[in-house]
Design a protein around this ligand. Structure first.
Ligand SMILES: NC(=O)C1=CN([C@@H]2O[C@H](COP(=O)(O)OP(=O)(O)OC[C@H]3O[C@@H](n4cnc5c(N)ncnc54)[C@H](OP(=O)(O)O)[C@@H]3O)[C@@H](O)[C@H]2O)C=CC1
Ligand SMILES: O=CC(=O)O
Length: 324
């Protein structure tokens, strides 16, 4: 008998077929309280789950006594209660690496579009406002050779540093929990504490995971330390930045602008103050959203689940120690 697996996100046909070849798969519409109640028997039998963007907490795990592996189609795993999974001996697989370059591209797009006001002026052109040669009220600020500050020098931070250093001649400052030799030797990146990063950089680019330590790591106090001309880019997780403090800082020009791919609440409510500010570029969490990369993530997540349920957690496992 093949192990039962619950799929809570749609997959391309070929990847679904690969999953079906190994498991008895049932697709459900997300892990909402309603779907969890509706599929209680199925969840009680499932040995694996695969999907993304749903909370997997202790209360859900309680309903899944046979669960051995969860595979998320994402690199971030803040939706999962990893401690509860560890206690229950459940492995968590994720999809690092495959999306790194695409997310760094998105961050560079946010840097460029917020500094050069690309979205705002393109909208003015569409609205028929370009009727004579433009003046300073349409100008942006330079990106090249400005100081790039990277908060979180992991896979994505490193790929962003490469673009900024080699493509735009930007000096790189960074903060992480530890020094990163590769960033320092390849891109001459300088490690600094958070206060120095805030005070020195022209762009503060956040590529941090959401954890208890990073929640609201950037708030009113930190924003006040930034240069008035600085631009904040967040493609890590929304709650790393205190959104109300950010709105206030953008309104009173404590900082110049923001480029955001992630928000405290997603989808961003249509009445969010952020959407009323001309100095904000807001994207709908598209960091990894290209056809190629989203396919690669889904493919890796399927392979991760097949490997994990066969007891192989050498690659892409958040908590391999549970099987040791
Ligand atoms: N917008 C989007 O669509 C996407 C968003 N993401 C987000 O980006 C995050 C990063 O991804 P990735 O680069 O692959 O992850 P990595 O684990 O490779 O990098 C994370 C970095 O954050 C640093 N960090 C973690 N906690 C702290 C802390 N308390 N203080 C300072 N630095 C800290 C780590 O420091 P150290 O190196 O010292 O351990 C590391 O440098 C994901 O977790 C996800 O939330 C990812 C993909 C797409
Ligand atoms: O936000 C996306 C991810 O992969 O994490």
């Amino acid at each position: 008998m093949k192990p039962e697996v619950v799929l809570y996100k749609s997959l391309p046909d070929d990847l679904r077929a690969r999953l079906d070849a190994h498991f008895t798969v049932t697709a459900i519409k997300g892990l909402t309280p309603e779907s969890v109640e509706e599929h209680a028997d199925l969840l009680a039998r499932a040995e694996g789950i695969i999907g993304s963007s749903c909370k997997v907490d202790d209360a859900l795990l309680e309903k899944m006594p046979k669960l051995r592996a969860a595979s998320t189609i994402s690199v971030g795993y803040d939706n999962f209660d990893v401690d509860a999974m560890n206690q229950r001996g459940i492995v968590l697989m994720h999809t690092p690496t495959v999306l790194t370059e695409t997310v760094a591209d998105t961050m560079m797009a946010l840097v460029l579009s917020s500094a050069r006001r690309v979205v705002e002026v393109a909208e003015r052109v569409k609205a028929g406002e370009w009727q004579r040669s433009i003046g300073p009220d349409w100008f942006g600020i330079d990106v090249h050779h400005k100081k790039m500050g990277i908060l979180g020098m992991g896979r994505i931070g490193l790929a962003l540093a490469q673009r900024a250093h080699h493509g735009f001649g930007m000096p790189i400052l960074y903060n992480a929990r530890k020094h990163h030799e590769e960033a320092e030797s390849r891109f001459n990146a300088q490690y600094c504490d958070l206060d120095t990063l805030l005070q020195e950089c022209d762009f503060l680019c956040i590529s941090l995971p959401l954890t208890e330590q990073t929640h609201h790591m950037i708030g009113r106090e930190q924003l006040a330390k930034m240069k008035p001309g600085a631009i904040l880019i967040n493609a890590g997780r929304g709650p790393v930045v205190d959104e109300q403090a950010l709105i206030a800082a953008l309104k009173d020009k404590t900082i110049h602008a923001a480029g955001l791919d992630v928000f405290e609440q997603e989808p961003l409510p249509a009445d969010s103050e952020l959407l009323k500010l001309p100095n904000v570029v807001a994207l709908p969490h598209i960091g990894s959203a290209t056809h190629e990369t989203r396919y690669g993530m889904a493919r890796d997540a399927v392979e991760n689940l097949i490997a994990a349920l066969a007891g192989n957690v050498e690659k892409n496992c958040v908590n391999p120690q549970v099987l040791r």
